[in-house]
Design a protein around this ligand. Structure first.
Ligand code: PMP
Length: 390
């Protein structure tokens, strides 16, 4: 079977931790187990069911590599509304098969072997492996470091910084001051700022999202990766997009041509024609899920469990202190004994072993609160007692 030998590069890549955890859940559910699932990276919405009958036959075929023109126009307007910055729908946007591929193609388009990419922890599980797949070197920053600590990590090999805003798993939004200092660093050191904004709709009432592009209107060093997956509640459709300088979009288009040709045309066409209606349908549901997130945070706090600061998305990152279990063992016991699934904090970087990622997107509130109780009880049960070594 020598022909099946994987490359050293691919062998160095792990499975995506959250997907692995959810595969475990699916296997248990298939055996009839009732699992409170706090590990899914999406919020389930009621979405309008498309009727494709009205679409022209062009919808069944490849589209322009940069995406169905009407969808690009809608996205340009949508982006302008949330950044205040106009975008050229012909030159500065490419529709992609989810934002995951947008981040990957961006890295592939700019990294030379050995180039470093700074990623603050908690980090989204795919970033470091995507950097490695592009023969780059991920440089993680521990969670307690601030944006100001990024400067100290910049070397002559640093090529990019990736930020996720609003943030999975903490729910934190970058402040304007933090965004400004990131842009100043990017400008000063010639770095690309990759802003993954896939949770841009998930902010609380009265706290509108500000895109990183607002601080770099000419897109001199900023790439925005966004997606319909979370914001429109349609992760399975695999429709995302990237906004960047036209010079970079040209290179990204070459990669996309060779990888997938274009995003799924029929879904893009449907989205283009129903853009405002789909958004109007999901926005109230998004608001409700963010409110639920913040009620769950309060339920943890009421039991003395602190989460990393944040008020957006549908995730929380509660601390496991004073449990003596590492996060992987904690998540395993939680699933095996209490039938509650959450993702171990260690998956989000070495500095995050004392945390657990909890998603409130896929369960009703009573089950969420049962999950909170199980987590808090397990923390208490496994707590290091006074006089006991940790
Ligand atoms: N970025 C972040 C931070 C995410 O959490 C996810 C999905 N979990 C993605 C990107 C990928 O989303 P998409 O479905 O658009 O590829």
């Amino acid at each position: 079977m020598a022909a099946l030998r994987p490359s050293a590069l691919v062998q160095s890549i792990g499975e995506a931790a959250s997907i692995k955890q959810n595969n475990l859940v699916y296997a248990l559910q298939a055996d009839g187990a009732d699992i409170i699932t706090l590990s899914l990276g999406e919020a389930f919405f009621d979405v309008p069911v498309p009727s494709f009958e009205e679409l022209t036959s062009a919808a069944h075929h490849y589209s322009h590599t940069r995406g169905v023109p009407l969808l690009r126009q809608k996205l340009a307007k949508y982006h302008e509304d949330c950044s205040g910055v106009p975008v050229d729908a012909d030159r500065q946007i490419m529709v992609t098969a989810g934002s995951k591929s947008a981040v990957f193609m961006t890295l592939a388009a700019v990294l030379e072997p050995g180039d470093e990419v700074i990623i603050p922890e908690p980090l989204w599980v795919s970033y470091p492996d995507q950097v490695r797949l592009c023969r780059g070197v991920p440089v993680a920053l521990p969670w307690h470091a601030g944006i100001e600590d990024i400067a100290a990590r910049i070397t002559p090999r640093t090529r990019a910084v990736i930020v996720n805003n609003p943030h999975n798993p903490t729910g934190r939004r970058l402040t304007d001051a933090e965004l400004r200092s990131l842009h100043a660093l990017a400008e000063e050191h010639g770095l690309l700022l990759v802003a993954d904004e896939v949770y841009s709709e998930f902010t609380p009432e009265g706290a509108p999202f500000v895109s990183a592009a607002a601080f770099d209107p000419e897109l001199r060093h900023t790439v925005i990766c966004n997606s319909m997956s979370k914001n429109f509640g349609i992760s399975g459709w695999r429709v995302g997009y990237v906004i960047a300088h036209e010079r970079l979009v040209r290179e990204l288009a070459k990669l996309q041509q060779h990888l997938v040709t274009c995003a799924p045309t029929i879904l893009c066409q449907y989205l283009a024609e129903n853009f405002e209606q789909v958004l109007a349908h999901t926005r109230p549901q998004i608001r409700a899920v963010v409110e639920r997130r913040n009620r769950v945070a309060a339920a943890f706090a009421a039991r003395g469990v602190r989460s990393m600061p944040g008020d957006s998305t549908f995730y929380l990152f509660p601390s496991l202190a004073p449990s003596r279990l590492g996060s992987a063992e904690f998540a395993e016991v939680l699933l095996r004994r209490h039938r509650v699934s959450a993702v171990a904090g260690i998956s989000y970087g070495e500095s995050c072993d004392g945390f657990l990622r909890v998603s409130v997107g896929a369960e009703p509130e009573d089950r969420l609160l049962r999950g909170v109780t199980a987590i808090c009880d397990l923390i208490d049960e496994t707590a290091v007692r006074a006089g006991e070594a940790a």
